[in-house]
Design a protein around this ligand. Structure first.
Ligand SMILES: *[C@@H]1O[C@H](CO)[C@@H](O)[C@H](O)[C@H]1NC(C)=O
Ligand SMILES: *[C@@H]1O[C@H](CO)[C@@H](O)[C@H](O)[C@H]1NC(C)=O
Ligand SMILES: *[C@@H]1O[C@H](CO)[C@@H](O)[C@H](O)[C@H]1NC(C)=O
Ligand SMILES: *[C@@H]1O[C@H](CO)[C@@H](O)[C@H](O)[C@H]1NC(C)=O
Ligand SMILES: *[C@@H]1O[C@H](CO)[C@@H](O)[C@H](O)[C@H]1NC(C)=O
Ligand SMILES: *[C@@H]1O[C@H](CO)[C@@H](O)[C@H](O)[C@H]1NC(C)=O
Ligand SMILES: *[C@@H]1O[C@H](CO)[C@@H](O)[C@H](O)[C@H]1NC(C)=O
Ligand SMILES: *[C@@H]1O[C@H](CO)[C@@H](O)[C@H](O)[C@H]1NC(C)=O
Ligand SMILES: *[C@@H]1O[C@H](CO)[C@@H](O)[C@H](O)[C@H]1NC(C)=O
Length: 700
């Protein structure tokens, strides 16, 4: 107020000064002043006064306007009531011209102008702004559109109040004040968020204030998104599965709301477990293929598909098999088989042809060149699940011996077979001939389907069937001819050994390789053999006729005979048999004390003294030799053998044992495996040269 009065005083003085300057004709001018604020905030229902003061005139006419609409006109101090329209009946005009609102309403919110005038003194005016506020209540915030999806243009938050308006509006996002900018556009009662992303998900806060109240409203907003690109995985992690395996496919993707997962295979939607994985057990090869993971955002309807390829294979049978066959006379057909796989295994012979391959069963024909003979050709067999190789070596026929065998067929007929197995790969075709005549299957000849075996049915065992046969084996890698001289049943070598007691003999024999033999008959003369030497009755002497005591199969080469009477004389031989026919017997072998006639024994008896003398000389000679050798050679086992001979010497039978080749062996039958050994014995023993006994030295 002091300021006001100061200003008024000033004006008054200026007025007086002006009056003087103008010659005292003009009085002070009418002036309006505003003692309070010209902008007045009021709450609905309150009383508020727009106050004015005036000077320079008495009882001017005052006129209030709401905007440009006159609402009150009155001459101050007049007895006439002010002229106020009915709808402004809440207004009162004060005696100083101020305007009072009783129970002010929102509709009174406006700009007001007051004008005062007095004829002769002039006019003046002042303006007010009346702002009427109500308490802010029942604020609601709405979102447009209802579903906010990442990637759409924009979304807006709009608020409305049921009562009261704010003179200050603030927006916050997650507690942070939002400012206008590229992303945010704050409009009238709205906030627009441009290009929303998932990062715009969060709490939006609206803060409304006016001079009399303030309201804060929170709104949680979710920006929907997804499905994002999924992560596809298979467990266990394998490039290829075996049929029968179990596996689990998963397909996880981010999204709001979390996308639903389904799997489609071959147009069929498969059931998935709650976590969205697809479990397949005992898979089969027909379950190979593309599995499509379908992800759907249930809110937005956005869907995404991703493919995943599963390979299910079946292993081929155990291992690849390589073989080679002749293709005509000049070509070889290599074959590699590895069947049963799904897919079929890829097969090739890289050593033969790098550009040619097959699957499952592959044949490759090549010209038979010499370098292929003996060369291991490898087939590389690959299957998605495993790789294996096999190899085969082709070779031409080479150094083989034809084999002869004989048997008796079901009708009791003799069958001789000649086999020319040339060990060639592929198996060689054999051409059989005799005397330049090619033999064909038929009649008495039978050639095996693979041509390697020639059978002669019921051979005559004379020149018409015996003799030289030729087999000519050929495959694309070469040919080889071989002759076989078929001969009748025959014994080539034979020998006899007896044990020390002279109770058991071992007869052994050999046959020519190409002899037709189905068995052997072992024959003897002399007393019957007994099953056991102990408690035997006196043996009846027998005639000198050979009788068959054993029959042996065709592969037998020796036999034991016992029990012999050491006091009796025996003769043994073996007869080869071919079917019903017999061959020439072996030479005879003797066993027993002598088998010599009475006069011969008498002669020997007379010669005994001479014999003893001769023996003594021999012994002296042996001892002399042994001593002489001993000087050079510390130990020579012959001495023991000699001692043995010496100790047994008084026995007159001893020299005979030595002479008849009866070798003593208590340890068991000697080794007859080679007939050279037996022939060596039979030729060296009778010569009475001492070195051999070394081999028969025994410890008794
Ligand atoms: C406003 O003024 C009227 C009359 O002068 C009075 O009756 C009323 O109580 C006042 N209202 C308020 C809120 O002061
Ligand atoms: C406004 O809100 C209050 C309390 O929140 C409630 O009681 C009232 O009914 C609301 N008014 C309207 C018109 O909705
Ligand atoms: C599917 O396989 C997964 C992983 O092996 C496993 O966790 C899940 O329990 C399985 N679901 C069903 C339904 O078998
Ligand atoms: C796959 O093959 C099995 C038999 O091996 C059959 O039972 C099954 O129906 C087949 N599945 C499909 C999808 O063809
Ligand atoms: C998935 O595989 C199906 C069938 O093989 C094909 O039609 C589709 O185009 C593939 N989808 C994708 C995304 O590669
Ligand atoms: C390999 O095989 C292919 C086709 O099977 C044939 O054209 C080619 O001549 C062969 N190459 C050789 C070196 O034999
Ligand atoms: C390979 O050759 C053999 C015999 O020559 C024949 O049986 C087979 O069918 C052939 N395989 C293929 C795949 O041609
Ligand atoms: C098979 O042969 C190929 C080429 O000859 C070789 O690389 C591979 O190691 C062999 N695989 C096996 C399992 O022997
Ligand atoms: C040829 O055939 C005979 C009789 O059929 C057989 O014994 C022989 O083993 C065969 N040879 C080969 C190499 O297959």
């Amino acid at each position: 107020m002091p300021v006001h009065s100061g200003r008024t005083l000033k004006r008054t003085c200026w007025g007086i000064l002006l009056t003087f300057l103008l010659g005292g004709i003009v009085d002070c001018r009418l002036t309006i002043s505003v003692p309070g604020p010209s902008i007045v905030d009021a709450k609905v229902g309150s009383n508020v006064t727009l106050s004015v003061l005036y000077t320079g005139a008495t009882d001017p006419v005052v006129e209030w306007m709401m905007g440009i609409l006159p609402i009150v006109t009155w001459s101050i101090g007049s007895s006439q009531p002010p002229d106020i329209p009915a709808r402004f009946d809440a207004l009162r005009i004060e005696s100083d011209g101020s305007l009072t609102f009783r129970d002010v309403q929102l509709k009174h919110d406006s700009a007001y102008t007051v004008r005062m005038s007095k004829s002769g003194v002039g006019t003046d005016k002042a303006t007010f702004t009346l702002r009427v506020f109500d308490d802010i209540e029942n604020v609601s915030v709405s979102v447009v559109p209802v579903k906010i999806v990442e990637g759409t243009d924009a979304f807006s938050l709009r608020y409305s109040t049921l009562q009261g308006e704010a003179d200050s509006v603030k927006w916050y996002f997650n507690g942070k004040a939002i400012e206008n900018g590229a992303r945010y556009d704050m409009g009238d009662k709205s906030l627009t968020i441009m290009d929303p992303t998932r990062r715009e998900t969060g709490r939006y806060t609206l803060d409304l204030t006016n001079p009399f109240s303030s309201v804060t409203v929170d709104k949680d907003i979710a920006v929907l998104y997804g499905p994002d690109a999924p992560v596809l995985a298979v467990s266990p992690q394998k490039v290829a599965f075996d049929s029968g395996d179990s596996l689990s496919l998963s397909c996880g993707a981010d999204g709001d709301p979390a996308p639903s997962v389904s799997w489609v295979f071959g147009g069929v939607t498969l059931p998935v477990s709650p976590d969205g994985s697809l479990n397949l057990t005992n898979v089969q090869t027909n379950q190979s293929g593309v599995y499509t993971c379908v992800l759907v955002n249930a809110e937005t309807g956005d869907r995404l598909e991703r493919n995943f390829t599963i390979n299910v294979y079946e292993r081929p049978s155990s291992s690849p098999v390589c073989s080679v066959e002749a293709n005509g006379n000049e070509d070889l057909q290599y074959r590699c088989q590895w069947t049963g796989g799904d897919p079929e295994a890829q097969l090739s012979f890289p050593a033969l042809n790098t550009s040619s391959s097959g699957s499952g069963d592959f044949n490759l024909t090549v010209t038979a060149t010499p370098d292929l003979s003996g060369k291991a050709v490898t087939c590389t067999a690959s299957h998605p699940l495993l790789q294996q190789n096999c190899s085969v070596t082709a070779r031409g026929p080479a150094g083989f011996l034809p084999l002869v065998s004989a048997a008796v067929d079901g009708d009791g007929k003799l069958v001789a077979t000649v086999s020319c197995d040339s060990m060639s790969v592929p198996i060689a075709m054999v051409t059989w001939s005799r005397g330049g005549q090619v033999i064909t299957s038929g009649g008495r000849y039978l050639i095996s389907p693979n041509t390697t075996v020639l059978s002669i049915l019921d051979p005559t065992l004379d020149t018409s069937d015996l003799g030289v046969y030729t087999c000519d084996a050929a495959n694309p890698l070469g040919r080889l001819e071989n002759n076989v001289n078929l001969i009748g049943p025959k014994i080539s070598e034979s020998s006899l050994l007896n044990n020390q007691e002279g109770t058991v003999v071992t007869l052994s024999w050999e046959t020519p390789r190409t002899s037709i033999i189905t068995g052997f008959e072992v024959q003897m003369t002399g007393p019957d053999l007994t099953s056991s030497s102990a408690g035997s009755q006196p043996r009846k002497p027998r005639t000198d006729e050979f009788r068959t005591v054993q029959k042996k199969p065709g592969d037998a080469r020796s036999t034991h005979l016992g029990t012999l009477d050491p006091e009796s004389n025996y003769r043994f031989r073996v007869v080869p048999v071919a079917g019903q026919r017999v061959g020439e017997p072996s030479k005879e072998h003797r066993a027993g004390p002598g088998g010599l006639s009475g006069p011969a024994i008498a002669g020997i008896a007379a010669g005994i003294p001479c014999g003893i003398l001769l023996l003594l000389i021999i012994i002296a000679l042996i001892v002399f030799c042994a001593c002489k050798r001993k000087r050079r050679q510390t130990r020579y086992p012959v001495s023991r053998a000699v001692e043995k001979v010496v100790t047994t010497q008084p026995n007159l039978n001893a020299p005979h044992n030595l002479l008849t080749g009866g070798l003593k062996n208590v340890d068991g039958p000697p080794d007859y495996s080679t007939h050279e050994a037996s022939s060596e014995r039979s030729s060296t023993l009778p010569s009475m040269v001492p070195p051999l006994p070394v081999r028969m030295a025994t410890t008794v």
